[in-house]
Design a protein around this ligand. Structure first.
Ligand code: XMP
Length: 496
């Protein structure tokens, strides 16, 4: 029944994930026996095969932190100054709890103007600098301010001068029992090194996060003992300076961000990164063919990012007439990369858990997701309402709007004078926290693997290579077209 992958993908057709379907195989183990631990690069191991995309509506501190807490990894975008990108990485790496608060700070001589200062926080912190960059001097709780007769008094007059704090190295469980044992409603997490406030954790946050389903795997912790965080960068001369910032901030891996990675610029940058920082892993891409992949592997790439025009907001295939169906691209590149021990990141086009199963079984070691994560609490941006539904903005990094902010190098290179968009601006529905829906998604992926008789990524790849796992072309697309045509015919008949 069906076709072996090798035969299906060598017929000159380009298939997207939706064009193919696996035939089920034999089950002789429970779902919980499926393990999804994997490699992001030659040297980085992850508990789950999930990576968040370096897009400015997807990955900043909160997403990077949460992905690492889940056992995946976030790649911080570079549509900003190098110092801003470095600050986002530091912020994610300095924490232990998958949650980023937005504490309010005042200097001792400031006063509190209105209730607004307590709108998003149960207290205000007092430091000499009026921001998080100096030692905590005191705390003003909302109730302290409410009972005050002279609202213009400086905060130093009525702050609690020796607030209870907890060390920022505490895990969620440690903070939870600390709050319970001291009967506190909130506690500032303070750096042991310099007394700076890194976070504010409330009992409500702890209850919310503790209520999320558990994945059971290890979080992604680097050799430095902090959460692992990745960073995107370009291949221009000034990106060497950015790289220095990223390394100082503790980035564990850099991703050379290009829609067509097989270029002299990228090859030279891969060699530069490996020469200058031999311990830093570098991801090359994007590629979709074996020829492109071989060039970047030879240059020293520690992983390859695969996909061109496959993303939900991409228009590269329409604008430039280049690209490849994502299922074919993942299969073809993985076949070559595996022989060289280079992991593949299947980037773009993931709209459901079935797509993740397809990408992983066809040879990828991880999937990189944009739209799948963009509606989450952890994605940058605020929720808006559209037709009564809560949505968040999601935009292509090649959209005119994003390029105006600087991301044009990914799509235009150095010399292009006119901007032509290769992506669009859209919105995605509110999905809640990644801490909640990623565990459910991983469970669905495990069930897919079980149906295929594969208890791990390696066993899925082996079953595919040995022709035991078989596929068919899924004519859903044609069916949709036929339905559409039938609809048009009816409409046409009615008009006549
Ligand atoms: P998904 O499908 O997960 O895709 O939303 C995310 C991936 O899409 C790529 N990307 C773009 N591709 N024009 C493109 O052709 C764009 O403007 C654009 N922005 C992002 C990128 O690889 C990302 O990970």
């Amino acid at each position: 029944d069906g076709f072996p992958a090798e035969r299906l993908f060598n017929q000159g057709y380009s298939y997207t994930y939706d064009d193919v379907i696996f035939l089920p195989h034999f089950i002789d183990f429970p779902t919980d026996a499926v393990h999804l631990n994997t490699k992001l690069t030659k040297n980085i191991h992850l508990s789950i095969p999930c990576v968040s995309s370096p897009m400015d509506t997807v990955t900043e501190s909160s997403m990077a932190l949460s992905m690492a807490a889940l056992g995946g990894l976030g790649i911080v975008h570079y549509n900003n100054l190098a110092s801003e990108q470095a600050a986002l990485i530091r912020s994610a790496k300095s924490r232990r709890i998958p949650f980023i608060s937005d504490p309010i700070f005042k200097t001792p001589s400031d006063s509190i103007d209105s209730f607004d200062d307590f709108a998003s926080s149960p207290c205000v912190f007092v430091t000499q600098s009026g921001n998080s960059k100096s030692k905590l001097l005191g705390v003003v709780a909302k109730s302290d301010w409410e009972s005050l007769s002279d609202k213009d008094a400086p905060v130093s007059d009525y702050m609690s001068a020796s607030p209870v704090t907890a060390p920022s190295s505490y895990s969620l469980e440690q903070v939870a029992s600390f709050l319970a044992s001291k009967k506190l409603g909130f506690v500032p997490l303070v750096s042991e090194r310099d007394g700076e406030v890194l976070d504010l954790v409330t009992t409500a946050d702890v209850e919310r996060i503790c209520g999320f389903p558990k994945l059971g795997g290890l979080p992604s912790i680097g050799k430095d003992g902090d959460f692992m965080v990745g960073a995107a960068m370009g291949t221009r001369e000034q990106d060497k300076e950015r790289l220095e910032h990223l390394v100082k901030a503790g980035a564990n891996v850099v991703v050379l961000d290009s829609s067509q990675g097989n270029s002299i610029y990228q090859i030279e940058m891969i060699k530069y990164v490996k020469r200058t920082y031999p311990d830093l892993d570098v991801v090359g891409g994007n590629v979709v063919t074996a020829y492109q992949a071989q060039n970047l592997i030879q240059a020293g790439a520690d992983a390859l990012r695969v996909g061109m025009g496959s993303g939900s907001i991409c228009t590269t295939q329409e604008v430039c007439a280049v690209g490849r169906g994502q299922a074919t691209a993942v299969y073809k590149v993985s076949s070559i990369a595996e022989q060289c021990g280079v992991p593949v990141i299947a980037d773009g086009g993931i709209a459901n858990s079935g797509h993740i199963v397809k990408a992983l079984v066809l040879g990828a070691s991880t999937v990189m997701m944009g739209s799948f994560l963009a509606g989450s609490n952890e994605a940058p941006g605020i929720y808006e309402y559209q037709g009564g539904r809560r949505i968040k903005k999601y935009r292509g990094m090649g959209s005119l709007e994003a390029m105006t902010k600087g991301s044009d190098v990914r799509y235009l290179g150095d010399s292009a004078k006119l901007k032509v968009a290769q992506g669009v601006v859209g919105a995605v529905a509110d999905k809640g926290s990644v801490l909640k829906f990623i565990p459910y998604t991983m469970q669905a992926v495990k069930q897919g693997f079980q149906d295929l008789g594969a208890s791990s990524l390696q066993s899925a790849h082996d079953l595919l290579k040995s022709r035991i796992l078989r596929l068919e072309v899924w004519l859903r697309f044609v069916q949709e077209q036929l339905k559409l045509k039938a609809g048009c015919m009816i409409w046409y008949t009615m008009r006549r």
